[in-house]
Structures are given as structure tokens and as C-alpha cells.
Design a protein around this ligand. Structure first.
Ligand code: HEM
Length: 138
């Protein structure tokens, strides 16, 4: 049992790191590409991997939570709150993307601004929550 829990936590941490890398990559795509088609295509192309990592994070988190008898500590509440925010803002970004028209510069600007803010917040949340959780466990 102990081995399974520590393996699930290791996997959980690996998914945290991959999700963080994808968020950083998406942020640079949004920041560097001037053309809407360029950055939106790139962001959309990594967003599927991002969602898979978030789902994997949630799943491994639930496995650990279940294996430890659902003892919900403050850091677990923090992790769940962080992931809920990330999923909520991802859905909003996707909706905004659907509404964005290729000829409409204003809607493209709105999309770009929201995407930038969303990925900065995601990066800060994953890094801060990850570091705090890791530091507490030491
Ligand atoms: C932004 C999302 C998340 C981040 C950055 C994160 C980060 C981490 C880190 C770094 C650890 C390792 C601590 C250690 O080394 O022992 C950990 C453990 C854990 N995580 Fe997450 N996590 C996230 C989401 C979740 C979610 C969604 C759940 C539950 C559904 C969850 C449940 C847990 C549990 C139960 C542990 C073990 C805690 C313990 O030993 O008491 N995490 N998490």
C-alpha cells in the first residue's frame, strides 16, 4: 500500500511538472506570435495535452486521496481550488477562441489578452501550490 501511494505521488508530481511546462510553452506562444492564426493554432495544438495533464493530475490526486482515507488537509484544498480555477479559465478561453473571428482585430486582441493573463495565473498557481505542497511534505 505504502509503495502504491508513493508511486501515485511520484506520478502526480511528474504531471505537475509537465502541466507547468505546457503552461509556460503556451504563454510564450501567445506572447511571441504577432499573427492571430499563428499563436491561436499553436495554443490550440498544445491545449489537448494540457487538458490530459490536468485530468491525470486530478486522477492521481484522487487516487492518493482515496488511498490515504480521504483526509483532506489544507494543502489538498489548495490543490483542488487551484485545479478548479485552471479548468474554469481553460473553458472560458476555449469559448473566447470560438467567438474570435479571423477578420475582427478587436476580438483577437481580447483573446490574446485573456490568454496571456490566464497562462500567467496558471503558471503562478501551479508553481506556488506545487512548491508549498512539496515544502510541507519535507
Ligand atoms: C495545481 C494542481 C496541483 C498541484 C500543483 C499539486 C501538487 C502536489 C505536490 C507537489 C504534491 C507532493 C507532495 C509530496 O511530495 O508529498 C502533491 C501531493 C498530493 N496531491 Fe496534489 N497537486 C495538484 C492537484 C491535486 C488535486 C486536484 C488533488 C485531488 C483531487 C490532489 C491531491 C493530492 C494529495 C492527496 C497529495 C498527497 C498529500 C499528502 O501526502 O497528504 N492534488 N500535490
Amino acid at each position: 500500500m505504502e509503495e502504491m501511494i508513493s508511486m501515485a505521488i511520484s506520478l502526480h508530481v511528474i504531471f505537475v511538472v509537465i502541466a507547468l511546462l505546457i503552461a509556460v510553452l503556451s504563454f510564450f506562444f501567445v506572447r511571441s506570435d504577432k499573427e492571430f492564426r499563428g499563436f491561436s493554432n499553436r495554443v490550440e495544438s498544445v491545449s489537448l495535452q494540457y487538458y490530459i495533464m490536468l485530468a491525470a493530475l486530478f486522477f492521481t490526486g484522487l487516487v492518493v486521496l482515496g488511498a490515504t482515507g480521504f483526509s483532506v488537509s489544507l494543502r489538498v484544498v489548495m490543490m483542488i481550488a487551484a485545479i478548479c480555477w485552471i479548468i474554469y479559465s481553460s473553458v472560458r478561453l476555449h469559448k473566447l477562441f470560438k467567438k474570435t473571428k479571423e477578420v475582427d482585430i478587436e476580438s483577437q486582441k481580447t483573446f490574446k489578452e485573456y490568454a496571456k493573463k490566464k497562462y500567467i495565473v496558471d503558471i503562478i498557481l501551479i508553481a506556488v501550490v506545487g512548491l508549498i505542497s512539496y515544502a510541507i511534505s519535507l
